[in-house]
Ligand binder design. Sequence first.
Ligand SMILES: Cc1cc2nc3c(=O)[nH]c(=O)nc-3n(C[C@H](O)[C@H](O)[C@H](O)COP(=O)(O)OP(=O)(O)OC[C@H]3O[C@@H](n4cnc5c(N)ncnc54)[C@H](O)[C@@H]3O)c2cc1C
Length: 385
Amino acid sequence: MLKMELDEDLQNIAHENYEFKNWAKTFSCHPELLFTPKTELQVVKVVQLAKRMNKRIKVFGSGHSPSDLACTTEFLVNIDHMDGLLSVNKEKGRVTVQAGMSLHKLHVVLKENNLALSNLGSISDQSVAGVMATASHGTGAHFGCLSTLIVDMTMVTADGDMVTCSSSEHTELFNAAKCNLGCLGIVTRVTLQTEPAFRLEAIQRPYKFPDVLNDWDATIHSAEHVRVWWYPHTDDCVVWRANRTDKPKTIDLQTMTNTATSWWCERVLGFHIYQGLLNLTRYQPAVIPTLTQFMFNKVHSRPLHVVDDSHKIFNFDCLFPQYVNEWAIDWDDAPAALRQLDRFIKENNLKVHFPVEIRFVDQDDIWLSPAYGRKTCYIGVIMYR
Ligand SMILES: Cc1cc2nc3c(=O)[nH]c(=O)nc-3n(C[C@H](O)[C@H](O)[C@H](O)COP(=O)(O)OP(=O)(O)OC[C@H]3O[C@@H](n4cnc5c(N)ncnc54)[C@H](O)[C@@H]3O)c2cc1C
């Protein structure tokens, strides 16, 4: 279908010859047309057009999913222009936003209202709709995935109808839509439960991985938010713990300006030099275990102690484009799975990158959520590209 065949309103938001690529550049597609609506009415018009023309629609947010979920050769929709704050209920700590808002913008909006998200994943580049569509998660034994923060959501369904669902309205749709993988419609607005803005104190220390696996339950509950980074090819790991605090901020995490040593370790060695060395290991993979041990000894074994606004502590620099896969399993089964993974790497003489990231999420009742009905351990494995 050609753009010139559309009415003027749709022509203004339609784009031809667009190539979609996800953040890691592992998947791409050429949709027939990309639509970038600015209003809910335009979203409805796009869906009605697709229905008339018998076209499939996919929608994407910031393209950070390490999958081809958003790929299509037919109609692609992006609602980045729909990123406004719609209302704030300070008494209940609830905000309603347009679902194209990025998490970065959401943090600013929440801070202006002295509010914050209770938990967060490693980055804030994603859209609110994208994070919720995949039940994205952070870590914390008593914290569910981010979709558990949804109070209500509005979407344009395949019929072109606008439907608002919540725990008391269209309940079944709500249970399905909180983790919808973009399959149930185009989500246009979301109301989120937040909490009063808070600071986190994060402490990061090196441990022996077998000790952590042997002391599993105590590790999971050793702070409000706990994550473990294991360094394959070694028996070393780092445990990161964060708790709410009234202590003053220690450093500005964004610039790492506290000391020249930390700047050297984090930015120069931990990023630029590491990237160069990783490139070399493409030709000499056998060096990867030595590189991992070197990086652990020089950069990651240093104890770290910081206090800052919650979202700055939750977020991390995820370094370079990467292949990712992440498994969600019952957290009681995780030590056995991780020991087996270690054996598998050794027995097959695999050369893999660090870290393997291990996080904990409370159970929920969202139909497609990996944490449905069970306390879940996420084991994330990356290979830098
Ligand atoms: C560096 C990096 C770090 C990450 N860290 C974490 C982490 O810590 N924890 C975690 O759980 N995940 C993490 N992720 C994964 C990421 O949070 C999810 O893939 C998330 O879905 C990406 O959001 P997005 O806005 O980029 O959505 P996209 O990747 O664009 O789309 C993802 C899904 O959302 C759907 N979608 C997007 N917008 C809408 C809409 N308006 N209506 C309906 N459906 C929609 C799409 O159709 C698709 O199914 C990370 C990814 C990267 C690249």
